[in-house]
Design a protein around this ligand. Structure first.
Ligand SMILES: [Zn+2]
Length: 281
């Protein structure tokens, strides 16, 4: 009987140790993309699974403009299995390091979070200013107040006093800041690689605002006015997803997500282990 129990204990210990060894070597398996030309080119050269390239663009585009920000020698380190969802993906350049870690939520959805368990997805303000009323909603056809013709209005017009501050509705990068025909003084802000917001008829721009500048959610980018084709002070606000104008009042925008509280300790622990393993890399 005793022999039996001892045997069970030994085999249990043996199983645990072999399992742990196999797991740790697997968890820290790595491949690296070193940028010489572009993410696509260099990832293919490094034999990286195409679905990982897609994941990289999706999760890092909130922080990296893949057309402009990458420099020769920048690296993406992929940690863990080589399937579509590796354990971690780490971007390193001379200037910064962005490390993102996989986490699967209780609904079975895997996404990437920083080491504190927060996603990079921008979250959006409901409205980019304090307004009096909505004077024109998103609609397929409306009688244009100046042109007197039926035109679609794929935007929302918020009425507010001239000079009311207008905020960037999410973290992003200024794409345009200029006078543009019927839109008057207008600011375009890019959020990640799929969303753009447009703020038109501004009386003036925020001091120092320039193209390619990074802006935070809630940062002042300009002031309400009536420049361009406009009958009175209001903000014409557009939300574009992959270039297509969506209704900003009803469109289901991505939310900033966090790792579930119950899983946070385990998540952080694993993230730190991965980061430590990279220090010798
Ligand atoms: Zn409008």
């Amino acid at each position: 009987m005793l022999k039996h129990i001892l045997f069970l204990i030994f085999s249990a210990i043996f199983l645990v140790t072999t399992n742990a060894v196999a797991h740790s070597s697997n968890a820290f398996e790595r491949s690296t993309i070193t940028i010489t030309q572009s993410l696509n080119y260099d990832a293919k050269k490094a034999n990286i699974n195409p679905s990982i390239i897609k994941t990289i663009v999706r999760i890092f585009s909130w922080e990296i403009d893949f057309n402009k920000d990458l420099r020769k020698g920048d690296r993406f380190i992929i940690v863990g299995n080589s399937g579509a969802n590796p354990s971690a993906i780490i971007y390193t350049s001379l200037k910064k390091r962005i490390a993102l870690f996989a986490y699967t939520d209780q609904q079975g959805r895997t996404d990437y979070y920083d080491k504190n368990g927060r996603s990079l997805h921008a979250s959006f303000l409901k409205a980019p200013l304090k307004y009096n009323r909505i004077s024109s909603e998103f609609q397929r056809k409306r009688l244009h107040p100046i042109l007197k013709t039926w035109k679609p209005h794929r935007a929302v017009d918020f009425t507010a006093k001239t000079g009311t501050p207008v905020y960037s509705s999410a973290n992003g990068v200024v794409q345009h800041r200029k006078r543009m025909g019927a839109l008057g003084n207008v600011v375009y802000i890019k959020h990640g690689n799929t969303y753009t917001t447009v703020y038109a008829h501004l009386s003036r721009f925020a001091r120092g605002l320039r193209v390619a500048q990074k802006v935070k959610k809630g940062q002042i980018i300009g002031y309400v006015g009536s420049t361009g084709r406009s009958t009175g002070p209001h903000l014409h606000y557009e939300l574009r997803y992959k270039g297509i104008r969506k209704n900003p009042l009803t469109y289901r925008l991505p939310k900033q997500k966090n790792v579930a509280h119950d899983d946070l300790w385990r998540f952080k622990n694993k993230a730190n282990k991965i980061l430590n393993s990279l220090n010798n890399y």
